[in-house]
Design a protein around this ligand. Structure first.
Ligand code: 4NP
Length: 155
């Protein structure tokens, strides 16, 4: 079974939403994958996702209210096959913990699945308004479809 980790800064906005979207889609399709998310910072360890993220997910029929933030750990390289980061800052922080090339090769900017090699960020909605959350949802929804397509073709 493929094991996929979503990573952002706080693990309360972008990555728990990515986790929820990918879980919902793979459950619906009957694809067995293990999915988790983490933050590169320790700012929100133990916190549920941001209320605005929970509300946005709910509006899109996804329940992420019970998730709890945790910090990315070097042992995640041992557990997960793919590590999707939301922006180049997350990328730098995760790569800094990699112990070897195999670890580094697991780390990808998630929107590169939609726009290869563009290194586009999923914008951080934390300091913005409601519209930012829906924009993040739509980007992650498309990126998760692309991830699922690659899982299917790897079967
Ligand atoms: P996230 O958003 O990385 O998508 O979870 C943020 C959440 C919290 C903070 C920054 C970004 N913060 O500075 O507390």
């Amino acid at each position: 079974m493929q094991k996929i980790l979503m990573v952002c800064l706080g693990n309360i906005c972008r990555s728990p939403l990515a986790e929820g979207i990918l879980r919902e889609k793979t459950n619906r399709l009957g694809i067995a994958v293990q999915i988790d998310s983490a933050g590169t910072s320790n700012y929100h360890i133990g916190d549920h996702p941001d209320k605005r993220t929970i509300a946005n997910a709910k509006k899109n029929d996804i329940d992420i209210s019970s998730l709890k933030a945790r910090q990315f750990a070097v042992t995640d390289f041992d557990v997960f096959d793919m590590i999707f980061v939301m922006d180049t800052s997350n990328y730098t922080n995760v790569i800094a913990l990699a112990r070897n090339e195999a670890d580094k090769n697991k780390v990808e900017l998630i929107l590169n699945r939609l726009h290869p090699s563009s290194n586009m960020p999923v914008p951080d909605p934390y300091f913005g308004g409601e519209q930012g959350f829906q924009e993040v949802f739509e980007l992650l929804d498309k990126a998760c479809d692309a991830i699922i397509n690659s899982l299917n073709s790897a079967k």
